[in-house]
Design a protein around this ligand. Structure first.
Ligand code: ADP
Length: 154
């Protein structure tokens, strides 16, 4: 059975922190599906297609990574895509509490899925899309925080 992991998130925008998690997890899975959230009740800074394009460009060199939109429950997406693993990143204790709660809820709803969380590497541990959006809104330079292929002003 293929080991398929889903990495769900908003990616508004994708950061070097997200990129790092996928690249480090790659040796553990046959396939990683990066699932870009499409939540109608959430307001994003960047459009769906822009968020998706940047994620695709970030992983263009990795044939085992695919990038798709997703809406609804992560466990339903996993079932529909035969994925047995959910990949997440943990930066700090706040992430830890949140990720543990979600992992427990997902497991309670669907036994067939296991959450695999990787600890963030120190050089990207402070990166968050929320802070990066604030810098962008205030016209600050963010390229050092984003994957090389992402050009916010391009
Ligand atoms: P969500 O809206 O679901 O929190 P995000 O796009 O913010 O989506 O994050 C998706 C996943 O990536 C989460 O597990 C989050 O903890 C993780 N993540 C975000 N930034 C980093 C980072 N700098 N280092 C490691 N993991 C990160």
């Amino acid at each position: 059975m293929k080991r398929v992991a889903v990495f769900p998130g908003s990616f508004d925008p994708i950061t070097k922190g997200h990129e790092e998690i996928v690249r480090r997890a790659a040796p553990m899975f046959d396939e990683i599906i990066v699932a870009v959230g499409r939540n109608t009740s959430k307001s994003y800074l960047f459009s769906e297609s822009q968020r998706l394009d940047w994620v695709r460009e970030t992983f263009a060199d990795m044939p085992q990574v695919s990038v798709v939109f997703f809406e609804g429950l992560t466990i339903d997406f996993c079932k529909n895509n035969n994925a047995r693993f959910i990949l997440r990143g943990v930066r700090n204790s706040a992430d830890f509490e949140y990720e543990m709660a979600i992992a427990h809820m997902n497991k309670a709803m669907y036994e067939g899925v296991e959450t695999i969380a990787l600890f963030s590497d120190p050089h990207v541990v402070s990166l968050s899309s929320t802070i990066i959006r604030e810098i962008i809104k205030n016209k600050g330079a963010v390229s050092q925080f984003l994957p090389a292929s992402v050009n916010v002003y391009g």
